[in-house]
Design a binder for this molecule. Structure first.
Ligand code: ASP
Length: 347
């Protein structure tokens, strides 16, 4: 069942997704792909076996698809977009179809994608009716001289370039609506990433286990790419833009260092330029990816920011770090490593 789904997906996706800017054609035959589906209060005792399985199946499907494409010589950019689309199409994650509601009851989505080869990127913010916001980000990158489009007019442009429209009913789910109603009642912005231990707040904590999605890739040609897509925060102020579409905050990729995608309460990632810091420590201080990640996570924690990030470097080393209870995540490499998980350890 999963296999045939993957094959159908691949046929559709590889036709619609050709990275025409393959610059380097010599291959190393090694690749790494890392994904996340948000970090937050993810408690084993709160997740039914069925739900846990749903998450793992979806994460595995996304990884399998990415791996298959990379194996066949697909580029980091193509793979990043392809994999994020799969995560956006699932109501399980707070991106695309599963996006949370803002204070006015709209779903406003942000996304970005960055190419480590030449530091070009595309970003979108405040989009309400693009089936796949990451597609909008890629269109901005490939079809304009600009880097960032926002709101209704930006969306209009992406639609004119072939992005798929989706009516608001496509994004509606009762679960998200109830989550929004609860947040409204409490007049709270649901950060989706609290580690609050208060048992009375369990119902609220339950609604904090879905998050942004992201993907970072090193392809066989030695190129890096990163992408992030999100619905933001439940009950966020209308018009609010988080870190996910901001290069250097929620997303970054540079062939000289690493590719990064973040998830967490975006305002802290914006203040701390978290994604860029991980890369800069490698570029300027010659840190290893792990050392850069540790240092940057400490910086985030010291600022009281909550969340995490995934990253892969130019040699295929990867990290998945977070200061919350868990993070939906997974990794696949050309060396045969393949794992998905969500709790503090991969059990
Ligand atoms: N970072 C996202 C934002 O602040 C939210 C998330 O990661 O779940 O918009």
């Amino acid at each position: 069942m999963i296999k045939s789904l993957i094959i159908t997906l691949l046929i559709v996706l590889t036709i619609t997704m050709k990275d025409t800017t393959k610059t380097n054609t010599s291959t190393t035959n090694t690749y790494t792909i890392v994904i996340h589906g948000g970090a937050g209060t993810i408690k084993k005792e709160k997740l039914t076996e069925k739900k846990e399985k749903e998450y793992k199946t979806l994460l595995s499907l996304a990884l399998e698809t990415g791996k298959f494409h990379l194996e066949k010589g697909g580029t980091a950019m193509e793979t990043t977009e392809m994999v994020i689309k799969i995560l956006e199409d699932s109501p399980l994650f707070n991106a695309g179809r599963g996006s949370v509601f803002n204070h006015k009851g709209f779903q406003e989505m942000d996304a970005s994608i960055m190419d480590g080869r030449d530091l070009t990127f595309g970003a979108v913010a405040g989009f309400t009716n693009l089936k796949n916001p990451i597609e909008g980000a890629r269109i901005v990158k490939d079809s304009t001289k600009h880097a960032f489009l926002y709101g209704e007019r930006g969306q209009e442009f992406c639609l004119s370039k072939g992005a798929i429209y989706a009516d608001s009913s496509y994004f509606y789910s009762e679960y998200r609506w109830k989550q929004y109603q609860r947040a409204l009642k409490r007049d709270a912005i649901e950060l989706d990433h609290s580690d609050d231990e208060d048992a009375e707040k369990d119902e609220i904590l339950d609604s904090k286990k879905f998050g942004t999605v992201g993907c970072v890739v090193l392809d066989k040609y030695g190129n890096l790419a990163a992408g992030t897509s999100t619905g933001g925060l439940t009950n966020k102020k209308f018009g609010r833009i988080g870190d996910s579409p901001i290069i250097g905050a929620g997303t970054y990729a540079n062939n000289e260092s690493c590719a990064v995608s973040c998830t967490g309460n975006g305002e802290y990632f914006l203040r701390g330029t978290i994604a860029r810091d991980i890369s800069a420590l490698m570029e300027y201080k010659n840190y290893s990816l792990k050392k850069s990640g540790n240092k940057t996570l400490k910086k985030l924690s010291d600022m009281h920011g909550k969340g995490g990030f995934i990253s892969v470097d130019k040699n295929g080393n990867y990290i998945m770090m977070f200061n919350t209870r868990g993070m939906y995540r997974g990794v696949a490499t050309s060396k045969g490593e393949f794992k998905v998980g969500m709790y503090s350890t991969f059990d």
